[in-house]
Design a protein around this ligand. Sequence first.
Ligand SMILES: Nc1ncnc2c1ncn2[C@@H]1O[C@H](COP(=O)(O)OP(=O)(O)OP(=O)(O)O)[C@@H](O)[C@H]1O
Length: 291
Amino acid sequence: MPDQAAHQATEALSTSEVSAASEVSEVSAVGGASQAPPAVLVQDLWKRFGDQVAVSGVDLTLPAGRFIGLVGPNGAGKTTTLSMVTGLLRPDKGRVEVAGHDVWRDPVEAKSRIGVLPEGLRLFERLSGRELLAYNGRLRGLPGGEVDKRAAQLLDVLDLAGAQHKLVVDYSTGMRKKIGLAAALLHNPEVLFLDEPFEGVDPVSAQTIRGVLERYTSSGATVVFSSHVMELVESLCDWVAVMAAGRIRAQGPLAEVRGDAPSLQQAFLELVGANGRDAGQSLDWLGGGAR
Ligand SMILES: Nc1ncnc2c1ncn2[C@@H]1O[C@H](COP(=O)(O)OP(=O)(O)OP(=O)(O)O)[C@@H](O)[C@H]1O
């Protein structure tokens, strides 16, 4: 039932809303995939916080039109990398292009093609969900009528129509993720970056979000999302980059990165060197009861 609901809901999004993304895929189809710029190109990216090197020499080439997962253990550098790729944090060194535009030299062009749902999303709490979308749409330069139409459709699809006049400060964690996603999608970006988009989201809402994202990528747009949940990445993504200790350990089509391992989880544990790590055996006092 949630599957059907998500399908019907995503059908409600008009084809005009994905037209920019479709144009991208048509270019690839006519000109050949090799001629379209990658969705994201990262070269020799570095970031240090004091003594801590958070990102050390990351190179990434993420193809357009894919559902891409960026995975890695806590502290691997995923958020820092995504922040630099989306123009939110200045790199110490390196180059980032999104859809062929340099994020740091040509930020206006690059940012008009990007949608972002960052970690720890800060929203204007004293606006209603509907007002927040109207504000974002106008900031993005969309005409008022178009903003109204898209906002109403997104609120409907994401099951927020009933809460559209409620203040954002009164939204639950999952509702905040969904309104943040709606704001990130409103201008129909070519590349959507999502930091842990399913965290704190219930299974029905997760299914709805999934439906929206699948519809979005099927029209030629690109999703890049970070997650710790390997089953989710394995079921959603067709391209994966694995990060550990500030470096990329593997990147490529899901099947290639998984290799002969029985699951992405197993491949991940091997790639980040976590296999065989003491998983609590040294805590010989732990077990309840004894003092
Ligand atoms: N503003 C900051 N100041 C100091 N250190 C930071 C800052 N931001 C990140 N770091 C450090 O950089 C490293 C990478 O952090 P980052 O948040 O990018 O990792 P992550 O892969 O997103 O982790 P998680 O999965 O736990 O969210 C960590 O060691 C973190 O402590």
